[in-house]
Design a protein around this ligand. Structure first.
Ligand SMILES: NCc1[nH]cc(CCC(=O)O)c1CC(=O)O
Length: 325
């Protein structure tokens, strides 16, 4: 049997996620092994919002996939640009989605509403920053970067999570009251015990695609056996929700660094999409919620596009300076 090479970034989170995908491929009858690729996002230490465009984390991995050095590439879906940059040469499979929520990790077990006035909260995401500012205008939001361990170590009492990476703030530990992270990342690393609050995803809206992995493959030469295994892994419900969220993002022409949250859920026969567009400088947000009957992928995408158009009609582009890209 040909061995499937699973391309991955090198961080602890990425290799854990990719191993999870390799295990799914083995379960589906394939022989699979990880191959690590170093990406620009991993070696650049500037604030995420200034890195310039989406896809920095994914670009090198995609080049390896296009060139045939790996057979599939594993991404966190939320880090992938929505535009088709490769003229249909690459396509995505979505495993069952993990927890889409953001979480608060605060000192002393505190929840967002219990943090003392003037507390400092760390996040590298303009989307999280804007939503936190609305809920806690009295707190200060600090830009942080680095891997999960580095970010956790900024919280007072969690200094011991520091790891040796190149994130800004290396050497600065325990200087914040709280940080906001993705639940799924912590869960995949077995670190969910540090969570002090799971933020309601209809109040603090996650990034489009958050919590979902994406397995990318070449459309022109992927073998029949691997295609069969991938089809077995692809999850219909994950696909509906993330396609609605990403169609929205595409129509708004915004990327992962934009202050846009989107959360789609299936309840019974209905697909509901909650969206927030935030003003990155202020404490204002635009919100929109729309539902459609659960049908197929195209209907889910149409819900995303429609919701984006409703937001554009309400001035979303001026509101959030969608030139961020
Ligand atoms: N932007 C970094 C990133 N990309 C994917 C995840 C993990 C969450 C996921 O699976 O979507 C994280 C960490 C975070 O946002 O805290």
């Amino acid at each position: 049997m040909t061995r499937i090479l699973v391309g991955t970034r090198g961080s602890a989170l990425a290799t854990t996620q990719s191993q999870y995908v390799a295990d799914m491929l083995v379960e589906a009858g394939q022989d699979a092994q990880l191959k690590t690729v170093t990406t620009t996002g991993d070696i650049t230490s500037g604030p995420l919002a200034q890195l310039g465009g989406t896809g920095v984390f994914a670009a090198a991995l995609r080049q390896e996939l296009l060139g045939g050095a790996v057979d599939v590439a594993v991404h966190s879906l939320k880090d992938l640009p929505t535009k088709d940059l490769f003229e249909g040469k690459l396509s995505l499979v979505y495993p069952p989605r993990g927890d889409p929520r953001d979480v608060l990790v605060a000192r002393d077990g505190l929840r967002l509403e219990d943090l003392p006035e003037g507390s400092s909260i760390g996040t590298g995401s303009p989307r999280r920053a804007a939503q936190i500012r609305v809920l806690r205008p009295d707190c200060s939001v600090t830009d942080i970067r680095g891997n999960v361990g580095t970010r956790l170590s900024r919280v007072a009492g969690l200094e011991h999570y520091a790891t040796n990476d190149k994130g800004v703030g290396r050497g600065t530990h325990g200087d914040l009251d709280a940080v906001v992270l993705a639940a799924s990342g912590l869960q995949r690393l077995g670190l969910e015990d540090v969570v002090t609050e799971y933020l309601d995803p209809t109040k603090v809206l996650p990034a489009p695609g958050q919590g979902c992995l994406a397995i990318e493959y070449r459309t022109w030469d992927t073998g029949e056996d691997l295609m069969t295994a991938l089809a077995q892994i692809d999850d219909a419900q994950a696909r509906l929700t993330v396609e609605a969220e990403r169609a929205l993002l595409l129509r708004l022409e915004a990327g992962c660094a934009a202050p846009i949250g989107a959360y789609a859920q299936v309840a019974g026969e209905s697909l509901t999409l909650d969206v927030v567009v935030a003003d990155p400088r202020g404490t204002e947000t635009l919100r929109e919620t729309r539902s459609a009957p659960v049908r197929d992928e195209d209907a889910a995408k149409a819900l995303g596009t429609e919701t984006a158009e409703a937001l554009l009609d309400r001035g979303a582009a001026e509101f959030t300076e969608l030139t961020l890209e």
